[in-house]
Ligand binder design. Structure first.
Ligand code: 5RP
Length: 227
């Protein structure tokens, strides 16, 4: 039996093998955040001479990449990006995801929005039929925390402030339990429309293009039905 950490390392290596042939010397790669991505950064750093550099979705990933000698660019200086690689907290068969367990959801969504393709890397504990068992992270402007929380309660959620945590953008996170998100795109739009919401951890309006999922029997590649 492989441990979850071993599965994460396997899928990180598979992501390097997937993405490298798709990169050119001039390519800038979008890089997400989390323990799976940490392993991806370690594995791709060996090949840093084969691509130009990366745009990072967090201070954590920036520090790790810079330490390993990967050029990290300001997104404002990058016009296009073909691939964005990131993990997920939950992923369904449509390749819609809940993200933000590590608190980097806003920058992740920004960088992913610029990339043509999103490669999700995860172990099979993240696969679900319906999103929502993992509490949905929502980044909020601090003064709007309670008004957003009230609206989320009206939608059947149980929001809880992530205590002692401030995002890279100086905001707070509400983790919303008790949701069963069957219509993820509509739900994401509804939350995006609440004043004071900076970012919703649902990645459904723009989900993953491709997912590599590690299980005890190997790595499976899934493609978005929308692609
Ligand atoms: C961070 C994220 C991560 O991708 C998600 O939490 C998965 O993390 P891990 O690879 O550590 O399981 O969205 O904001």
């Amino acid at each position: 039996m492989f441990t979850q950490s071993e599965l994460k390392a396997q899928v990180a290596q598979a992501a390097v093998e997937f993405v490298l042939p798709r990169l050119q010397l001039s390519s800038v790669l979008g890089v997400g955040t989390g323990s799976t991505v940490d392993l991806f950064i370690d594995a791709i750093a060996v090949h840093k001479h084969l691509f130009n550099g990366a745009v990072s979705s967090s201070e954590r990933s920036t520090r790790r990449m810079q330490k390993l000698g990967i050029n990290v660019y300001d997104l404002n200086k990058v016009e296009s990006m073909v691939w964005y690689v990131d993990g997920a907290d939950e992923i369904n068969s449509e390749l819609e995801m809940i993200k933000g367990g590590g608190g980097a959801l806003t920058r992740e969504k920004i960088v992913a929005s610029v990339a043509e393709h999103f490669l999700c890397i995860a172990d099979d504990t993240k696969e679900v039929a319906v999103l929502g068992d993992f509490p949905l992270p929502i980044e909020v402007i601090p003064m709007a925390r309670e008004s957003v929380a009230r609206q989320l309660r009206m939608l059947g959620g149980e929001p809880r402030l992530r205590e002692g945590f401030t995002t890279d953008n100086g905001c707070q996170i509400l983790d919303v339990a008790g949701l069963r998100i069957a219509q993820a795109k509509e739900f994401e739009e509804q939350i995006n429309n609440m004043p004071g919401v900076v970012c919703c951890g649902l990645f459904a309006l723009k989900g993953a293009t491709t997912a590599l999922i590690a299980s005890q029997t190997g790595i499976v590649q899934r493609e978005s039905p929308a692609a």
